[in-house]
Design a protein around this ligand. Structure first.
Ligand code: BMA
Length: 341
C-alpha cells in the first residue's frame, strides 16, 4: 500500500461527499469513444479525439465518465465493446486531468465455459474460481491482468488516480454468471472479498468500491452486501425497461431503502447505471427521471453508452437533447465545469 493512493481514496470520498451536498453529477458510459452517429474507435487513423455526444449537445463533458474492463482478463487488446485499452487509459487519465471523476465496471467472460459475462447457464462458476476450485488458478491470472492494467492508470507526477470501481454488479439479477441464481450469497461475498483483498494487497487503495444491485430489491438481496468495511458507495442500477409507472414506483421504493441503508452504514449513494433505451420519450430527463432522483441524496447518476444499436445519453439533433439541456440548467445537476476546479 502506498500512502499516496490511500490519500487519493480519502480525497475522492471527501470530494463526493461535498458534491453530494450540492446535488448530483451526470455520468455517461464510454462518452469519448463513440456516439449515436460517429465512432472514434473503428478507424485508428481517425481517432476523433475530443468528441462527445454530451459535449456536442450542451458544450460540456459529463462530470463522471464510465469505462468497462471486460476483456482485460484475457489480455485482449480491445474491450468487449471494441474499445482499445490504450484508448481507455488515455481518456480515463484525460478526464481525471480535466477535473472529472471516473468509474470502471467489469464484464469478465465466464471463466468456466469461455462464454460472455451473460453466460449464466452454469451454477458452479463462482464456486470453481474461489480458492480450492478447479478454475482458481485461471482466475488468479485474470485478476493479475486487471492489476496490470490498473497499475498503468497513473496521472500527473506518476501518482495513482482515484477510481470508482464497480465489479460484480447487478448480482440480484440472474443474467450474469455471478448472479444470485448462479451462486449463493456466501459465494458472492467470497468472490467480492477475493478480488478486493487481491487488489488491496497489490497496493490499490485508490479504489472506491461500489456495490450495485439492480432495480427491484428484495430483502434477501442484502445477504450479498459485502459489509460496511468493504464498500464505499451503495449503488443502484435502474433502467426503465417496462412501463414508466413501474419504473417510477420501483425506483422510489429502492432508493428509499438504499438511502436508509447508506445513512445507517455511513456510505455514499449513487445511481450507478440508469437510462431509458433510445429515449422514445424525449421528455424523460425532466419529466420522469429528475423529479424522482431529486428526492434522494445520490452523488451521481450514470447513463449507459450511446451505441448505434442502443443509446441512453443525449445526442445532437435528437429531440431529447432539448430536455437534457433543460435538466442540466438546474443548479443541482452537475456537469464537468460545475465540479472541476
Ligand atoms: C450492455 C450492452 C452491451 C455491452 C455491455 C457492456 O448493457 O450495452 O451491448 O456490450 O453493456 O458495455
Amino acid at each position: 500500500m502506498t500512502s499516496t493512493s490511500a490519500q487519493m481514496h480519502k480525497l475522492l470520498i471527501d470530494r463526493l461527499t461535498v458534491l453530494q451536498a450540492r446535488g448530483y453529477m451526470f455520468g455517461h458510459q464510454d462518452d469519448p469513444f463513440y456516439g449515436l452517429t460517429w465512432s472514434g474507435i473503428e478507424d485508428p487513423a481517425r481517432p476523433e479525439y475530443g468528441r462527445s455526444d454530451t459535449k456536442e449537445v450542451c458544450g460540456d463533458y459529463p462530470a463522471v465518465m464510465g469505462f468497462d474492463l471486460g476483456g482485460i482478463e484475457m489480455n485482449d487488446e480491445k474491450n468487449l465493446d471494441s474499445v482499445p485499452f490504450t484508448r481507455i487509459r488515455k481518456e480515463l487519465l484525460d478526464h481525471v486531468e480535466r477535473g472529472g471523476i471516473v468509474t470502471l465496471s467489469w464484464h469478465p467472460r465466464n471463466p468456466l465455459t469461455g462464454g460472455t459475462a451473460w453466460d449464466n447457464t452454469d451454477t458452479t462458476v463462482v464456486s470453481n474460481i474461489l480458492p480450492g476450485g478447479t478454475q482458481h488458478r485461471k482466475f488468479l491470472v485474470w485478476m493479475r491482468h486487471v492489476r496490470d492494467f490498473l497499475r498503468t492508470l497513473r496521472g500527473k507526477n506518476d501518482r495513482p488516480v482515484p477510481i470508482i470501481f464497480r465489479p460484480w454488479h447487478e448480482n440480484n439479477g440472474g443474467w450474469f454468471w455471478w448472479g444470485a441464481k448462479q451462486c449463493t450469497a456466501e459465494q458472492y461475498r467470497a468472490l467480492w472479498c477475493m478480488l478486493q483483498d487481491y487488489l488491496l494487497n497489490e497496493g490499490f487503495d485508490n479504489l472506491i468500491w461500489s456495490w450495485s444491485p439492480n432495480l427491484g430489491l428484495q430483502p434477501a438481496d442484502f445477504n450479498s452486501y459485502p459489509g460496511d468495511d468493504r464498500v464505499d458507495i451503495i449503488g443502484l442500477d435502474a433502467y426503465q425497461w417496462g412501463t414508466e409507472q413501474e419504473f417510477v414506483s420501483q425506483l422510489n421504493s429502492d432508493l428509499t431503502v438504499l438511502t436508509k441503508k447508506a445513512e445507517v452504514s455511513k456510505k455514499l449513494l449513487a445511481l450507478t447505471e440508469c437510462g431509458l433505451k433510445n429515449l422514445p420519450d424525449p421528455t424523460w430527463w425532466t419529466r420522469v427521471l429528475k423529479p424522482q432522483i431529486d428526492k434522494y441524496p445520490i452523488c451521481y447518476f450514470l447513463v449507459w453508452r450511446n451505441a448505434k444499436h442502443e443509446y441512453f445519453g443525449p445526442a445532437p439533433g435528437e429531440k431529447n437533447a432539448l430536455y437534457f439541456n433543460e435538466m442540466i440548467k438546474n443548479r443541482n445537476v452537475l456537469m464537468l465545469k460545475d465540479i472541476a476546479k
